[in-house]
Design a protein around this ligand. Structure first.
Ligand SMILES: Nc1nc2c(ncn2[C@@H]2O[C@H](COP(=O)(O)OP(=O)(O)OP(=O)(O)O)[C@@H](O)[C@H]2O)c(=O)[nH]1
Length: 205
């Protein structure tokens, strides 16, 4: 039988239009669509990556940010080892509205089982309304990883996912849950040992 390897479930949440689907597209397909339609319900993409010599299969759940789909979101948290809370650095309302998302996160996840990341997107766009240090402060307050990105230019996108998954792999709970998986596949890590990993982008709190 083929080794099952490691599977990690990630969830993207945040207000409509902040760029969740665009981040996912950029990360999985390397593309950017300037006029992307809002997500309806849920979209799941799978991507394989190798981190620290381990092959990991990511199942990334992209939730719809529109209000009419909000009732569905809580059920998606189940089994998620990583949650990315996205806001738009050019829309203050998406940042001030994070309290509601943070409450939801607190209700549906535990610190030991889920790694959480705060992500400020659209750094390429003029008219910034949320400063980096504001994001950083909020992340510190809630013990979240923090990063700023641009799905358009790709800046920070790869780093965001890598940092999140790396942190998940360092979580004891993850290994307890994955012990039933036989034959974890080890692959050559040399090509994946990144230089300047997360330089200037990521913060591990
Ligand atoms: N300039 C710029 N535009 C972006 C960026 N990310 C997303 N956009 C644009 O913002 C709009 C909304 O992006 P989406 O990815 O659909 O946002 P979403 O958070 O998935 O929205 P919902 O599906 O409604 O929850 C789209 O027109 C994107 O092209 C970015 O980093 N820079």
């Amino acid at each position: 039988m083929e080794p099952a390897g490691l599977t990690v479930k990630l969830l993207l949440v945040g207000d409509s239009g902040v760029g969740k689907s665009s981040l996912l597209r950029r990360f999985t397909d390397g593309t950017f669509e300037p006029r992307l339609k809002p997500t309806v319900g849920i979209d799941i993409k799978v991507k394989k990556m190798v981190l620290e010599g381990r092959a990991v299969q990511l199942a990334i759940w992209d939730t719809a940010g529109q209000e009419r789909f909000r009732a569905l979101t809580p059920s998606y948290y189940r089994g998620a080892q990583g949650v990315v809370l996205v806001y738009d650095v050019t829309r203050k309302d998406t940042f001030t509205g994070l309290g509601e998302w943070l409450n939801e996160l607190e209700m549906h996840t535990t610190t030991s089982s889920t790694v959480k990341m705060l992500l400020g997107n659209k750094t390429d766009q003029p008219g910034r309304e949320v400063e980096r240090k504001e994001g950083l402060q909020l992340a510190r307050k809630h013990s979240l990883l923090f990063i700023e990105t641009s799905a358009k230019t790709e800046d920070g996108v790869q780093q965001a996912f890598e940092e999140l998954v790396l942190k998940i792999l360092q979580t004891p709970y993850f290994w307890e849950k994955n012990t039933f998986r036989k034959g974890i596949k080890l692959v050559d890590s040399s090509a994946q040992q990144k230089k300047g990993f997360c330089s200037g982008h990521c913060l591990l709190i």
